[in-house]
Design a protein around this ligand. Structure first.
Ligand code: 28G
Length: 646
């Protein structure tokens, strides 16, 4: 055997072993094999195009969801090189598509700035796809290669000519590996919108080839000329502005690109979204702490110099500077260290000072050049400090009262007898009457019931002291055992005190029920986000129908299930079977509620995830805000999720 042949077979064996490893333990490479992992495949491929855009060669990226749930990504970059790879004895294209970590994170001089959280590359997507094909246009020619489960079906071949350049990849995820097979347009659009804002000047098109009910197709173009300042404008577009401008910082400090955009609205929450190499760092990290330090110091110094705080006689802390703040921080770090539970917290110490310096300088300039806006911001900070002191007093009075009332559990809570939080569940139930039924239907050893009086406070517009003083919200957080943290520098919940590891929202399957769901979720998202991030929050799924024929009874959760019952037992005729439509939890007796919705053996729970932080921020603002028109639009767009009984 020749030397060449030898090294070829050696590397091809390595490739096969690599692909096999990915297929054996997919979660190790892409996080999980459910909805998230399925969508992650798209991000891995798009990241390649983004890298090509950041290198300055690609302006347009088109993402298509095909009718069979395969995905096509096309870019107008230089096209992946197809020449022979010296060491590997095959086309560079084949190497990129089949070798684990091909292309590496660090080519000399440049670094791979994008790269999904897992940054595993397109070869992993290939390994997890039953079918994949790549087409490259380069040097006037068109090349192609196809694969099955990552294995090439033939060597890279020339298939024609082309008067443009670029790369096009189509893949069909392996449905024996993934537990979810349908792509969700909204999940992809959320990430692609973020990417367009984070990478100004790149046009990203998303098209869904699966027809809607009316025969039309969804499509969006995401394009931002100005980048993060437009991102912040978008995030605050439904909020009332405190200042008209977005402060935009775009610089390079000691070789680290730093981009920050910020503004203030008239609300009371802090909305900081941070990214490292285009990855959303939901746990923050050194770039965020550098930003906070700069914000606090610069604003404090400005207010001190004008002796405003002295005159107002108020003690300011770090939180006060961030009420009503909306900011996006994006840094590109050559060797990012990701820490934290979900590996989305930047650990590189040097980044803190870099961001601090960049933001400090730019903000100082802004305040000096805009005295009117500066005054509005400082006044808002003073207002925030006063509200915080009022909230602290409110909390003290809550604590005092609960100290008097023994364990401090709300009177309406029917607690469980078990004490191990990992095994315990709490149902937040709409209304006292359903609460009563749930109490009878529960397993009192590990299931607690907290009935809620209808619609809870809309926290979206409320100050902290109003939130803390709301009776229903007090009941929720005292039953859970966690306090809403407002201590300096840490809004972290005391999760070790959490009394239940499953918090289950159980409401009627109607419009009011879903409104209550969104009110409770808004409260968790804005004030107890870690509960969602740690996977503790669920929504119960009561059935919509009970279908029966003689002694045969079946519960149905969808219209399709109902139709299947009718087809099977009624010969397709609804006159032949009995169908009971459940309009509310109250229509079920305790035994029915138990066996359909509460008993772990039979129920299905929907776990609540935050797919995309910026998208969730925008959506909650929209759903809970004053403006009715976009809310109606949202409900129309999502009508399939909320089947409304006429
Ligand atoms: C459409 C779906 C995903 C891509 C390129 C372009 C180049 C490239 C990609 O190089 C790394 C570096 C040079 C071999 C780079 C083209 C330099 C010159 C490229 C994509 C290994 C790969 N000309 N476009 N990779 N090279 N788009 N889109 O994958 O030595 S990947």
């Amino acid at each position: 055997m020749s030397e060449e042949k030898n090294s070829y077979s050696a590397s091809s064996i390595q490739v096969l072993e690599g692909l096999e490893a990915v297929r054996k333990r997919p979660a190790m490479y892409i996080g999980d094999i459910s909805e998230r992992g399925l969508h992650h495949l798209v991000y891995e491929v798009v990241d390649n195009s983004i890298d090509e855009a950041l290198a300055g060669y690609c302006k347009n990226i088109e993402v298509t969801i095909n009718e069979n749930n395969s995905i096509t990504v096309q870019d107008d970059g230089r096209g992946i090189p197809v020449d022979m790879h010296e060491k590997e004895k095959r086309s560079a294209l084949e190497v990129v598509m089949t070798v684990l970590h091909a292309g590496g994170k660090f080519d000399k001089g440049t670094y791979k700035v994008s790269g999904g959280l897992h940054g595993v590359g397109v070869s992993c997507v290939n390994a997890l796809s039953t079918k994949m094909s790549v087409e490259v246009c380069r040097g006037g020619k068109r090349y192609q290669q196809e694969y099955s489960c990552g294995k090439p079906l033939y060597s890279v071949k020339e298939v024609g000519t082309a008067d443009y350049t670029g790369t096009k990849v189509t893949f069909l995820p392996d449905d024996t590996i993934f537990t979810v097979h349908e792509y969700k347009y909204d999940i992809l659009s959320g990430r692609l919108r973020d990417l367009a804002y984070l990478n100004a000047g790149v046009r990203i098109t998303l098209t869904d080839k699966r027809p809607l009910d009316d025969g039309t197709f969804r499509s969006d173009v995401f394009y931002s000329e100005k980048g993060l300042s437009e991102f912040v404008e978008y995030l605050d577009s439904l909020r009332e502005h405190l200042i008209p401008d977005v402060i935009h910082i775009n610089t390079d400090k000691y070789g680290t690109p730093v981009e920050v955009a910020m503004t203030y609205n008239t609300e009371f929450k802090e909305n900081i979204h941070s990214y490292v190499n285009n990855i959303n760092t939901i746990e923050g990290g050194t770039h965020v702490s550098g930003f906070r330090t700069a914000l606090t110091r610069t604003l404090k110094k400005y207010a001190d110099d004008l002796k405003i705080l002295e005159k107002e006689k108020v003690e300011i802390n770090g939180d006060d500077f961030r009420e009503g703040l909306t900011a996006v921080i994006s840094v590109k770090v050559a060797e990012p260290q990701f820490e934290g539970q979900t590996k989305t917290k930047l650990g590189n110490d040097e980044v803190s000072g870099i961001v601090q310096q960049a933001v400090g300088e730019a903000l100082t300039n802004y305040l000096e050049e805009h005295p009117k806006e500066a005054r509005l911001i400082v006044d808002k900070v003073v207002l925030a400090a006063r509200a915080r002191i009022a909230a602290a007093n409110a909390r003290k009075s809550v604590q005092r009262k609960s100290a008097l009332g023994g364990a401090g559990l709300p009177g309406k809570l029917a607690d469980c007898s078990g004490k191990n939080p990992e095994l315990c569940e709490i149902f937040l139930v709409e209304g006292d009457s359903a609460g009563g039924t749930a109490k009878q239907g529960r397993n009192r050893e590990f299931q607690a019931i907290l009935p809620l009086r209808g619609k809870i406070l809309n926290v979206e517009k409320a100050t902290m002291d109003r939130v803390l003083n709301s009776e229903e919200i007090k009941n929720i957080y005292s039953a859970l055992g966690v306090t809403i943290g407002t201590s300096e520098d840490s809004k972290a919940l005391n999760l070790e005190k959490l009394r239940y590891h499953k918090i289950i929202i159980m409401t009627d399957a109607d419009v009011d029920g879903s409104h209550i769901d969104t009110l409770i979720l808004t409260f968790f998202f804005r004030h107890m986000r870690e509960l969602i991030e740690n996977g503790y929050v669920y929504i119960a799924a009561p059935p919509l129908y009970k279908c029966s024929k003689g002694k045969i009874e079946e519960y149905c959760w969808t219209d399709q299930q109902k139709q299947a019952f009718i087809d099977k037992y009624g010969g397709g005729q609804e006159s032949g079977v009995k169908i009971q439509r459940y309009k509310g939890l109250g229509e079920m007796n305790a035994a029915q509620l138990k066996e359909t919705t509460m008993d772990p053996q039979y129920r299905t729970l929907r776990q609540v995830h935050i797919n995309n932080e910026s998208q969730a921020d925008y959506t909650f603002t929209m759903l809970m805000g004053d403006d009715v028109a976009p809310r109606r639009q949202f409900i129309e767009d999502n009508a399939t999720y909320a089947t409304i009984d006429a």
